[in-house]
Design a protein around this ligand. Structure first.
Ligand code: PLP
Length: 358
């Protein structure tokens, strides 16, 4: 298999795919695949419950929180959040890159409908996080929304902001990459297709006391309380993605959990940033304090070489390094399933390419 540095859908641990392959046609001796059985069957409910229990173990999620396995991607949560939580109040949004900008845009739609107000706390330029002294927080905000890891810009906020409102965070590209104290949050959400499993599944971890605030406009399937009361099975869930994500949770527990993978993630990111900083040929313009350990964008000094760099990468089995069109250049997404050896191979390639073209 090649080293897949795609930002999402992203690389999966090979051993997980091998297990899924072994189980595909005849899951647990049932004579069918897991994707062919009813989500209401006792067999499937066991799969679903085990996945939730393991996610709770990995993240230290207490019974004060509901864990929902939903569909629609993180982008649907940009709408679900205001519909469930705005409740006539003011929602504070910090923007630090493309994804938090998309989130505030969706919230503004509902504010325009009279659901509440939206307040832009501060806006980053995609290379840094505005200093807390510049933040304009509202009094008694319904919630404070931010994106701890901006997948496109590679800007990460490592310390949970200290605000009075319930914190709502888009963890799509950093969930399970480092330990977090879930108790600091009102709601954590993440599309599965980066650090968890296949696309189609979205995890929402929400404090139970926030479940009673939904607007009457909120569609049933987007209503957290309804989904919680129905074990995320108000309609047919993404059963196969849920099952596969459960296998990834088991794999991560076998690796030593989030604490152990975090050490590896820090090392992988350090290897890449050291290679970038140690050369005049590559550059990354994010404030080092906020450089993402999951998504590492970088540029070549001569962007005329971008095409060749990508072609040669591909030949070397290092794939999907093209940066997002918003920022250009390159981007290496180094989620949990990317091994240190794969990052080392990328660094070796970069050095060798520089030696030939620098
Ligand atoms: N938020 C972040 C931080 C993302 O990286 C992405 C996707 O890349 C999204 C939201 C959108 O997720 P989805 O495609 O699951 O709707």
């Amino acid at each position: 298999r090649f080293a897949n540095f795609c930002a999402g859908p992203a690389a999966m641990p090979t051993v997980v795919l091998e297990r899924a392959q072994r189980e595909l046609l005849d899951w647990q001796g049932k004579g069918s695949s897991v994707m062919e059985i009813s989500h209401r069957s006792a067999d499937y409910i066991e799969v679903a419950e085990r996945a939730e229990a393991n996610l709770r173990k990995l993240m230290g999620i207490s019974d004060d929180y509901a864990v929902l396995f939903l569909q629609g991607g993180a982008a649907l949560q940009f709408s679900a959040i205001p519909l469930n939580l705005m409740n006539g109040g003011t929602a504070d949004y910090l923007t630090t890159g493309a994804w938090s900008q998309k989130a505030i845009k969706e919230a503004e739609r509902y504010a325009a409908l009279g659901l509440g107000k939206v307040n832009l706390v501060a806006a980053g330029d995609g290379t840094d996080v505005p200093d807390v002294s510049e933040w304009q927080l509202s009094d008694n905000a319904a919630y404070f929304h931010y994106c701890p890891n901006e997948t496109i810009h590679g800007v990460q906020i490592f310390d949970t902001p200290k605000v009075n409102a319930p914190i709502v965070a888009d963890f799509s590209s950093c969930i399970l990459s480092e330990p977090v104290n879930v108790n600091d949050f009102g709601l954590i959400y993440a599309g599965a297709q980066k650090n968890i499993g296949p696309a189609g599944l979205t995890i929402v971890i929400v404090r139970k006391d926030l479940l009673d605030r939904a607007s009457a406009f909120c569609p049933n399937v987007m209503n957290y309380k309804n989904q919680f009361d129905n074990d995320s099975m108000l309609n047919t869930p993404a059963t196969f993605a849920w099952y596969l994500s459960g296998l990834v949770f088991e794999w991560l527990l076998e690796q030593g959990g989030v604490e152990a993978i975090a050490v590896q993630n820090r090392k992988k990111a350090a290897m890449l940033y050291e290679a970038i900083d140690g050369s005049d040929f590559y550059s990354n313009n994010v404030n080092p304090k906020h450089r993402s350990i999951m998504n590492v964008p970088f540029r070549l000094a001569d962007d005329g070489l971008d095409k060749l760099f990508l072609e040669e990468n591909k030949k070397a089995g290092l794939l999907n390094l093209k940066g997002h069109r918003v920022v250009g250049g390159m981007r290496a997404s180094i989620y949990n399933a990317i091994t240190p050896e794969q990052v080392a191979a990328l660094v070796a390639f970069m050095k060798e390419f520089e030696a030939r073209h620098g």
